[in-house]
Design a protein around this ligand. Structure first.
Ligand code: MCA
Ligand code: AMP
Length: 544
């Protein structure tokens, strides 16, 4: 039996899911999933077909995920903040046979169809009554897909069949589909949550997006593997998390930005003891970006909890983790390899760095191997081959150090073109490509600057295309005129990013510069740009 289905058989009366207005037992969730699967089977999709899902967190999403698994289909969640270009790319790249969409995300799908008109022919499953008026030939309402023949199921689910494809930003621009099998997800998430001692009487407060490994693989799969209850929130708010813990939630998983907000909220809250409410939970974990040591300490002072930080990647699932025992969790580190994983620290040539533990500044790239590695980048054998070294080691691109006990710390990234903001990965190249579409932009460089709330914040340095025909014309301009032009360009840059891409990818500051720093060979030197911004040498125009 698929590991995920154990609780559905073993404890059918235990609550599997609580969300606004809904409490479903494992029996009830399982029944819905089976009927949804039968409905999907009725559409005649072959095993392994990809079903794209563009919808906000809601109980129906869990039905869809499990129904797709039971029907032998592959779940392809799409970031709900994505706009037309980004959605169109995933629908095309994954070769989705169907797309499930809700009301909130319907505009993004419509934008995708504007970008790629052939996607208008893609059959849709519409979630929510509001969408019913727009039914086209081939469309189904989610509710109508349920059949009464849910028992006449399921396809056998071989462990090595694909289960999930998570799209993640790559350095080279467009996002890549990270394809995982049922085995990789169950084995890696089972190992991690076993290490964390999740129990069947736990309730997970889930306020993460369900289109990434963090919320979907650890959150949904982890909780179901252990027969726990999921307290599903439609989005993260401090009040929502605190109320869910007050209502019995025992585990919370967050990205560092969420912890920063919780801390500020608890310190601001007057007349309410939210810290005492948080203290009632059993476990807090953090990942997707570095948790500042100061926030670890503040959280412990306020709630008594030492946040358990761990490290992972879409391609590898969760590979390093601090231990379950609170006293052994160390701020600013991500702990040890999770059972089933091995880790190495290598130099530029891929050779193990000897005695990395003994030299204070010794660091190298993290390579990992083990149960959770992806099978491939979907439809991209060249990128897949490039991601692995001999022996099946996955090259993470993250730079780490390791102490004498074998504990890892993430100290940076090999590529300056990967930015992490609020736990979301952003490709500098993708944003640069979008900004170069503007006729008034000659050159652009996008960098990530350290930021206490978001981890990194995006800054774009832009070289304008000069419209002045002569240098006399240029020098005749007053500084107020130049300033106003620069402000207008900064605004145009931000507005364009906002119109083309997910809003979290837009620059938070724009520097208008005469040229970008380059070496003698003309290679862009982003580290010099970052240093100049940090030193206050460039005027950053606030972006809207
Ligand atoms: C929202 N905004 C952001 C981000 N999110 N800006 C930069 N970075 C972000 N991540 C901006 C919006 O553009 C908007 O700006 C303003 O904040 C408010 O938007 P809103 O959507 O209301 O924000 P929010 O709901 O408060 O979102 C903040 C958040 C969210 C809850 C922290 O970013 C989030 O859910 N992050 C989790 C990401 C995650 O799950 N990562 C896992 C992938 P404006 O109004 O100016 O337009 S990593 C992974 O899976 C690996 C395996 C791992 O290790 O975990
Ligand atoms: P994603 O591709 O969106 O899954 O993001 C994976 C990346 O997030 C990793 O390669 C790291 O750069 C970063 N990351 C995840 N967890 C941590 C952590 N605890 N500390 C620092 N960076 C992290």
């Amino acid at each position: 039996m698929h590991a995920l289905l154990r609780a559905f058989h073993g404890r059918p009366d235990h609550p599997a899911l609580r969300a606004a207005g809904v409490t479903w037992s494992y029996g009830q969730l399982g029944d819905r999933a089976r009927r949804h699967a039968a409905g999907l089977r009725g559409l005649g999709l072959p095993a392994g077909a990809r079903v794209a899902v563009l919808a906000e967190p809601a109980p129906a999403l869990l039905v869809a995920l499990l129904g797709q698994y039971l029907a032998g289909l592959v779940h392809v969640p799409i970031n709900t903040r994505y706009r037309g270009l980004e959605v169109a790319h995933i629908l095309r790249d994954s070769g989705a046979a169907l797309v499930l969409v809700d009301q909130a995300c319907a505009p993004a799908l419509a934008e995708a169809i504007e970008q790629a008109p052939e996607l208008a022919a893609l059959p849709r499953i519409l979630l929510g009554d509001e969408l019913a008026g727009g039914l086209r030939a081939g469309d189904r309402r989610f509710e109508d897909l349920y059949t009464e023949t849910g028992d006449a199921l399921p396809r056998a689910l071989p462990d090595d069949a694909l289960s999930l494809m998570i799209y993640t930003s790559g350095t080279t621009g467009k996002s890549k589909g990270v394809a995982h099998t049922h085995r990789s997800v169950s084995a890696a998430i089972g190992a991690l949550t076993g290490l964390w001692r999740w129990r069947d009487d736990d309730a997970l407060v889930l306020a993460l997006p369900l289109f990434h490994v963090h919320g979907l693989a650890i959150g949904v799969h982890g909780a179901l593997l252990h027969g726990m209850t999921i307290e599903l929130l439609p989005r993260f708010t401090c009040e929502g998390v605190i109320d869910a813990i007050a209502g019995g939630g025992t585990i919370f998983m967050g990205v560092p930005t969420m912890y920063r907000r919780l801390l500020d909220h608890v310190e601001r809250a007057e007349g309410r003891d939210d810290a005492a409410t948080l203290a009632r939970a059993r476990l807090f974990t953090s990942g997707s970006a570095a948790l500042p040591a100061a926030d670890f300490t503040r959280f412990e002072q306020l709630t008594g909890h030492r946040i358990l930080e761990r490290y992972g990647m879409s391609e590898t699932l969760l590979t390093l983790s601090n231990p379950a025992e609170p006293a052994r969790r160390v701020a600013g580190t991500v702990g040890f390899p999770v059972p089933g994983f091995e880790a190495r620290v290598v130099d530029e040539q891929g050779v193990n760095i000897k005695d990395v533990e003994d030299a204070e500044d010794a660091r190298g790239e993290l390579w990992v191997r083990g149960v959770g590695l992806m099978r491939e980048y979907w439809g991209n054998p060249q990128a897949t081959a490039g991601a692995f070294a001999d022996g099946g080691w996955f090259k993470t691109g993250d730079v780490v150090s390791r102490d004498r006990e074998g504990r890892f710390a993430i100290v940076g990234r090999r590529s300056v073109d990967i930015i992490k903001s609020g736990g979301f990965k952003i490709s500098a190249r993708e944003l640069e490509d979008a900004l170069l579409e503007l006729p008034e932009v000659a050159e652009v460089a996008v960098v990530g600057l350290p930021d206490p709330e978001w981890g990194q914040r995006i800054v774009a340095a832009v070289v304008p295309k000069t419209t002045a025909k002569t240098s006399a014309e240029t020098s005749a301009k007053t500084s107020a005129e130049t300033d106003a032009e620069a402000d207008a360009l900064a605004e145009a840059v931000t507005a364009h990013a906002r119109a083309r891409l997910a809003s979290y990818k837009k620059p938070r500051g724009v520097a208008i510069v005469a040229s970008l720093p380059r070496n003698a060979l003309g290679k862009l030197q982003k580290h010099r740009l970052i240093a100049a911004i940090e030193a206050g040498e460039l005027t950053l125009r606030a972006a809207g």
